[in-house]
Write a protein that binds this ligand. Structure first.
Ligand SMILES: NC(=O)c1ccc[n+]([C@@H]2O[C@H](COP(=O)([O-])OP(=O)(O)OC[C@H]3O[C@@H](n4cnc5c(N)ncnc54)[C@H](O)[C@@H]3O)[C@@H](O)[C@H]2O)c1
Ligand SMILES: [Zn+2]
Length: 386
């Protein structure tokens, strides 16, 4: 009578990351082809567009409408809604609600698509709305910043912030597809052009010394907005992130180790402490250099490797200093270590490196040494760029 019924099933996921330019140019059939591959009949589309993108690309919405008309056998445009861009959209519940309302109003069902076009913040927020509407409507992500093209949009997570904590609410929900259009990158402010490169340096430092050397050699070209160097950087970084998700053995992060969060405990805390004035990638650059300095102070890497890491970030144009003005703020930053553990659950696991391209996990962080690392980074960050 009181026997247990065991339940077990597996779900497999597959999605493509496509690269293109002029995505909604009338002759570019990629977007139509992606939808057609799902179903060869008119499919309802709700477009959610970052206001920063809409402003920088005033012709975009009209182009989308014209494109959908041209390919009306497959594409049924319902609405293009513009939402607030940047981190504030993840702090403002009304943004998620506006998308849910539109999903309801335009009868977007599980056989329809939400198509989100924007930076990582809008993609996270709209992805979360799409994931909870009808318990999940299909999502196509069209990331428009370097950070979202090389990292945040190619993975399986979405989120909004709550209770003063970043990414507190969210789901794991793989997209139907991701499309990276190079043309969007041309209108980025310089800070958004470089900020995503810190995620490329992150994966290079923990996994691939050859990629690190590429970034080292091309740091100045990247800074000067060389598109070819950027395209390769995005491609390789996205490829490594996707490979890690699929092959790392823990796509939905049930373990306590998160190598792709190298440098992120401090980054997340700093973003919060600066009221999100820092971009995610800018905070990640500081966080990585801090953990590399710590790795140096505990004897994991030598000084010349620390200098190489600092140099490449500086050559790309990152400011590595920590905007903390009191002991209280330093302590608050260090509390980020425990908050990081809480977010992942289980044992504290902080990824460091023991060589360029080689990750090294530790389960304890000495606060005193971390404070020394912070002093060291603040000292180094004042030194002149080569
Ligand atoms: N889901 C994940 O796995 C994951 C991973 C890493 C980061 N993230 C999240 O990504 C977010 C950061 O994303 P981001 O760095 O792309 O910044 P962002 O989304 O905050 O965008 C920065 C600014 O650029 C504007 N913008 C976007 N595209 C533009 C374009 N093509 N031209 C001109 N302006 C444009 C936006 O309107 C915004 O003002 C953070 O919220 C972070 O938590 C998520
Ligand atoms: Zn990140």
């Amino acid at each position: 009578m009181f026997k247990t019924i065991e339940q077990k099933f597996e779900v497999s996921y597959q999605y493509g990351l496509h690269f293109t330019e002029n995505l909604f140019g009338i002759k570019n059939t990629l977007f139509r082809d992606v939808i057609k591959a799902y179903k060869n009949e008119p499919v309802k589309l709700l477009f959610v567009i970052d206001d920063g993108v809409a402003e920088a690309h005033p012709e975009l919405i009209q182009n989308i409408k014209t494109y959908c008309l041209q390919y009306q056998e497959n594409l049924l445009h319902t609405k293009s809604m513009v939402v607030q861009g940047g981190e504030t959209c993840k702090n403002d519940e009304s943004q998620v609600e506006a998308i849910l309302k539109a999903v309801s109003e335009y009868a977007i069902c599980r056989h329809s698509f939400v198509v989100v076009i924007g930076g990582g913040a809008v993609i996270d927020m709209a992805g979360y709305a799409a994931a909870i509407a009808h318990r999940g409507v299909k999502l196509i992500r069209i990331p428009t910043t370097v950070l979202s093209q090389d990292d945040s949009a190619v993975g399986v997570k979405n989120s909004v912030n709550a209770f003063g904590k970043k990414n507190f609410i969210g789901t794991f929900a793989p997209p139907f597809a991701i499309i990276n259009d190079t043309d969007f990158l041309k209108t980025l402010e310089q800070r958004d052009w470089i900020s995503g490169i810190s995620e490329a340096l992150k994966v290079a430092l923990i996994k691939d010394d050859v990629f690190f050397e590429y970034l080292e050699k091309n740091a100045h070209l990247l800074r000067e907005r060389n598109m070819e160097a950027m395209q390769y950087t995005i491609y390789r970084c996205a490829e490594m992130h996707m490979h890690h998700i699929a092959q790392g053995g823990d796509p939905f992060e049930s373990g306590s180790s998160r190598p792709l969060d190298f440098g992120h405990w401090a980054a997340h805390k700093l973003e919060y402490m600066t009221n999100y004035a820092l971009r995610h990638g800018e905070a990640v650059a500081k966080g990585i250099v801090l953990d590399v300095a710590y790795a140096h102070l505990v004897g994991l890497i030598n000084e010349s490797d620390l200098n190489r890491v600092v140099q490449v970030f500086q050559n790309i144009g990152f400011d590595l200093s920590f905007p903390l003005s009191s002991e209280k703020e330093v302590n608050e930053l260090l509390n980020g270590i425990e908050e990081f553990r809480e977010h992942l659950g289980g044992e504290l696991t902080i990824t460091l490196i023991s060589d360029i391209g080689v990750k090294y996990d530790v389960h304890e962080i000495d606060r005193g040494t971390m404070k020394n690392a912070l002093d060291l980074v603040n000292e180094i960050s004042k030194l002149k760029v080569k």
